[in-house]
Design a protein. Structure first.
Length: 432
């Protein structure tokens, strides 16, 4: 009972923190409240003495698709690859180039961006796209003197909607599918129509939400920004391109995504370290990567994972799963997983719901519905996915405000209709 109270209290305080005190001030140091609260809650949980610490340790090194250590390596390494190019000024130069060749109005740009992100997400992953496109949009909007929010919303929604199409689109897809023996082809045949339905509804909802802003003209004129350090730029682009390609085919060649990302980031550091030694100068771009990496995700994800495992070991998840036996697993598990993602994040949620589905014997309908909830829950609040937390962090670094209220508005107007469409079509597909 103590574990349940501590976990519930921690989730509640995290949400209140995001809403009312996103930053905690300790003298001149400002830290994000969401990870500090989770770290404190985890410490209290472990000190209560009702958690098997050795079992938690074994779970942390378990060879599974959503092992938190593997996911952290994947996220941090992909962040390094993206931030390195940003430190060189690549995204600013790319935004200027795009603006100089933008001869159409905002509406066409908006639809083009959504479609581009959708296609790329299907063959890579939502997190890679969010990391790569967010800085570009910030620079582009600044040069064009237009509101970046419609484009940022389109990017984030498209990335976290079309990531449902293939198993490789999201780590939660991989975990849930492999945990219940769903192969690549079977997954695609079931999920493609719900993804298309959610994608169409989300695009329409986004356009209706931002149509007034998209009717305004593009006022800015881009200056010619160039990247002065071309050798470092070539190294960065080669590494990001090779990493993205390998991530897209990783499931086919039998190499885990975290290994690909770690190898790419390690190679990037080695190559640019050698370049700096030859030039006899500091590797400023690499130092910038280390400074800007989202280290705060480490205590947040590990803390949430430990809490989830503690509840599972206590039998809480199995008890909830047994209580949730229903004749309508698709709407029930879809709605609950969507909501739970925004309480504990979609990765711990997937671990939690996997145990629930197994205990309730809810079947593959519940598995696919949970996949839908884990993806679409990402754009209801910033807590819904690690991509949302990194998205917010990147925007803060660029001085763009996209807070909890903006996420919630996006969630109510876009995520809820997309969820209803996806679950409705999923139900129809499974009934055929």
């Amino acid at each position: 009972m103590t574990n349940i109270i501590v976990c519930a209290a921690t989730c509640l305080v995290v949400i209140l923190g995001v809403l009312f005190f996103p930053k905690i001030r300790l003298g001149k140091i400002h830290i994000d409240s969401y990870w500090a609260v989770v770290l404190l809650g985890t410490a209290v949980l472990l000190l209560c003495g009702q958690t098997d610490i050795k079992a938690i340790g074994r779970a942390l090194i378990e060879n599974s698709a959503v092992n938190p250590l593997k996911i952290l390596v994947l996220f941090l390494c992909m962040t390094v690859l993206s931030v390195f190019l940003d430190e060189l000024g690549f995204f600013r130069a790319l935004a200027g180039f795009a603006l100089r060749h933008a001869h159409s109005g905002q509406k066409r740009l908006f639809f083009s961006l959504y479609c581009m992100v959708a296609v790329l997400t299907v063959f890579t992953s939502n997190d890679v796209i969010v990391l790569s496109f967010t800085p570009f949009i910030c620079y582009f909007a600044g040069e064009a003197k237009i509101d970046p929010l419609p484009y940022l919303a389109a990017e984030f929604v498209a990335a976290n909607t079309w990531s449902m199409a293939l198993i490789i689109g999201n780590p939660t897809n991989i975990y849930l599918a492999t945990a219940f023996g769903v192969d690549f082809a079977s997954y695609f045949l079931v999920m493609i129509l719900p993804t298309v339905a959610a994608g169409g509804v989300s695009l329409l909802a986004l356009y209706l939400l931002f149509r007034k802003k998209l009717s305004l003209p593009i006022l800015g004129h881009a200056e010619r920004d160039t990247v002065s350090d071309r050798p470092a730029l070539v190294i960065g682009l080669v590494h990001l391109g090779a990493c993205t390609l390998l991530l897209a085919v990783s499931s086919y060649i039998g190499v885990e995504m975290w290994i690909v990302a770690l190898a790419a980031a390690g190679s990037l550091f080695v190559c640019n370290g050698i370049l700096a030694l030859v030039r006899r100068e500091k590797p400023r771009a690499l130092l910038g990567c280390v400074r800007r990496a989202p280290w705060q995700l480490i205590p947040f994800l590990l803390g949430m994972f430990i809490m989830t495992e503690a509840l599972a070991m206590q039998g809480t998840t199995a008890a909830i799963g047994t209580a949730l036996k229903t004749e309508f697993p698709v709407p029930v598990y879809g709605a609950l997983s969507f909501a739970a993602s925004n309480l504990i994040n979609n990765i711990p949620m997937s671990v939690f719901f996997s145990s629930m589905i197994g205990a309730s014997d809810a079947g593959l309908g519940a598995v696919y519905a949970t996949v839908v909830g884990s993806n679409l829950g990402a754009f209801f609040t910033p807590i819904g996915a690690l991509a949302g937390l990194m998205f917010s962090s990147i925007l803060a670094g660029h001085g763009v405000k996209f807070g909890y209220k903006d996420f919630l508005k996006l969630g109510v107007c876009v995520a809820l209709p997309a969820l209803a469409a996806a679950l409705g079509v999923l139900w129809g597909v499974l009934m055929i």
